[in-house]
Design a protein around this ligand. Sequence first.
Ligand code: MG
Length: 401
Amino acid sequence: MRFAVGSATDQGQLRENNEDAFLADSERELYAVADGMGGHAGGEVASRTAIEALRAAVAAGTSLEAAIERANDAVLARAATDSALAGMGTTITALTPETGHQLLVGHVGDSRAYLLRNGALERVTEDHSLVEELVREGQLTPEQAESHPRRSIVTRALGVEPDVDVDTYIVNVLPNDRILLCSDGVTTMLREREVEAILRTERDPQHAADALVAAANEAGGEDNITAVVVDVLDVDDDAAAEAAAAASAAEAAAPAPPEEPPRPSRRERERARGSRLRTLRGAILVLLPLIVIVGVATAALGWYARKSYYVGVSGNEVVIYKGVPGGVLGWNPTVDERTGINVGALAPLDRDRVRTNASRGSLETTRGYVTQLQANVAATSSTTTTTLRPPGSTTPTTTRP
Ligand code: MG
């Protein structure tokens, strides 16, 4: 892979020093941007310390991810030597070839990597910043985030903790692709379509980097501004066909940023909507009679369970129950009226009818039956003892059969 590179940095219109640092090492094919933060000289020291440690680690054969971890160690170690540097930190976004047609991006913080392909700009990295996390959680719109007063708060940086979580991205590249690494002094001053327009129109990478810095300064230059523009001139021959095939198949340059699925055409959307409506209508047509049947049956059962009475036994006493013997769907029968008749006093035929709950109907019907039972008991009381209790007569009939 061959590259052409341009780079520029500027302290901007408001800051007294430049806490950004960058690396454009064509010999090692290592490119990086770091945006330092911290009081006094802290920010400057942090970004330069990180860049130098990164370069040294990659030169020693360390992987990009591990080299960024070494940079974190170096910033922490440097801060420990000088109380004036305590609390300093830095972002880092670094780029190096991974294979003959792939670039590897390592990233911590809110500096960014972009890919420009065929004139279209695509962000490779996700910011580790408060506002971008709020956007990802849906609490802020991207538009609100652009002007949010706390947009410069980073949630991940080098120099904060001994362990740092490094994001890495593989970018499949094609000849004429252009990569931009930049600090937030570019992206807070310029909208992405302005960045895209500059990268598309400035053919020379150095002119493009200079133009980005100039445009950010014209827009206010509120922060330090750094841009490293890396043009991919060619990729390895044996890998080129593979990369081109992969790119045309998926058009996926960077696997990390979630790509929106291709938006369906209006006709496809309408067709899908119509199909969904037809499915819904079909389901309702099938289910509606079922719903009606179940509803009517439930209502009828409830009515039946609550409006019915029967004559049964509670203890040894003949009683009128409200409900259905055994209960219906949770409506269990309850004793509605006691009669004072001992079941043992009944004639055998009456006793069987009462025990089998054979007399059912309205309250009037069951009362009528009880009156008849009382008459039968009175008629036979002279010849039958009321203490006669057939076996099993104490079994309550209110339990479910
Ligand atoms: Mg900055």
